[in-house]
Design a protein around this ligand. Structure first.
Ligand SMILES: [Zn+2]
Ligand SMILES: [Zn+2]
Length: 375
């Protein structure tokens, strides 16, 4: 099968022809229909410091996808051939303290799809049944279903706060920031303000429902961003700031731009340690500051499904381009250029559930759908 791979340490990816993955007990094989690119893929492609110490090539990359199950391994009970699925990208151990207390997103033994184990930029991907997420093909086409994984990040980060009737600022308008703007709007935020350095992202922020946007490059250094937030919010600090950029200056602006007693979520990941005046910026302001990562497994997935299926948030404007898997290199360059939000790679044909030749397990498996729980 075709797979986009990090063949060896160093920059770049290659398209390789590799065997279709074997499914072990408890695992299923999925024929990928759509997969989306993420900033994490860019890090691994460029082979930055983080990926050099985290990733062990050879590895198939990609962690956001949707497709159809074509084979199930022994002891798979709730997923069947033909099911149309996505997956939680964090394969957790199920046995540690975090996993057993409803905090699996913090499992210290997590293996991430496309980072620690072979991923989804390929014709087929194998995954344990326990991370499979059932989709409804009628309600969620592959190009939207693949976005559930990153959209879940925004659901987790934004809905950690009560946003109804609140002023909300989103600092950093990458996909997670842009999703968060839509979620804040759908949650009844009274005012949504957005800040970034990129004109395309700011125009998408308006599309997603931001009331006012600021290009931080135009206001200079220091407290200018916090000043603009207050100016755009009738002279007051905002109720909630979602820091999605990871820039040190934005962390500072988040703490200065929020009102006394306000709430901040730090979700963007700084590449270096950040200096914070804890006394002035946090304690004396009585702030609630949440530092969050990942998604709640699977609480966040249900909310994500309901928000997307109901049309509360329309993520289509954020799909800059759909391209065939073969064009992965062009797609990576476009994303890295800052001239795209989400790019969806088209892999197999929708609805095809033919097993790859040589597949043995799951022959004649009954086509019983895993339970899809709707509210
Ligand atoms: Zn991602
Ligand atoms: Zn665990």
């Amino acid at each position: 099968m075709k797979a986009v791979r990090k063949a060896a340490p160093g920059p770049g990816f290659e398209m390789e022809d590799i065997p279709v993955p074997e499914v072990g007990p408890g695992e299923v094989l999925i024929k990928v229909e759509a997969a989306s690119l993420c900033g994490t893929d860019i890090h691994i492609w460029k082979w930055d410091e983080w990926s050099a110490q985290r990733v062990t090539p050879p590895l198939t990359v990609g962690h956001e996808f949707a497709g159809a199950v074509v084979e199930v391994g022994e002891r798979v009970e709730h997923v069947a051939v033909g099911d149309y699925v996505s997956a939680e990208s964090h394969v957790t151990c199920g046995m540690c303290f975090q996993c057993r207390t409803g905090q699996a997103h913090m499992c210290p033994r997590t293996e991430i799809l496309g980072v620690d184990r072979d991923g989804a930029f390929a014709e087929y991907v194998a995954l344990p049944e326990k991370v499979i997420w059932q989709n409804d093909r009628e309600k969620m086409p592959p190009e939207i279903a693949t976005l559930q994984e990153p959209f879940g990040n925004a659901v987790f980060a934004a809905l950690a706060h009560d946003l109804a009737g609140q002023s909300v600022a989103v600092l950093g308008c990458g996909p997670i920031g842009l999703f968060s703007i839509g979620i804040a709007r759908a949650s009844g935020a009274s005012r949504v303000l957005a800040v970034d350095l990129n004109a395309l992202r700011l125009s998408l922020a308006s599309t997603m429902g931001a009331d006012a946007v600021l290009n931080a490059a135009e206001v200079g250094e220091g407290d200018a961003v916090a000043g603009w937030l207050a100016e755009a919010n009738d002279g007051f600090g905002v109720d909630v700031v979602l820091e999605m950029s990871g820039a040190a200056s934005a962390v500072d602006a988040a703490l200065k731009g929020v009102r006394n007693g306000g709430r901040v979520t730090l979700f963007g990941i700084p590449s270096k340690p950040v200096t914070i005046d804890v006394a002035e910026s946090m304690i004396f302001k009585n702030l609630t500051v949440l530092a969050l990562n990942g998604r709640r497994i699977f609480d966040t997935w249900y909310r994500t499904r309901w928000i997307l299926e109901s049309g509360l948030v329309d993520v289509r404007p954020l799909i800059t381009k759909e391209m065939p898997l073969d064009d992965f290199h062009k797609a990576l360059e476009l994303l890295a250029s800052g001239q795209a939000s989400k790019i969806v790679l088209r892999v197999g044909q929708g609805g095809e559930t033919a097993k790859p030749s040589g597949a043995a397990h799951g022959e004649g498996a009954p086509n019983i759908r895993g339970q899809v729980v709707h509210r």
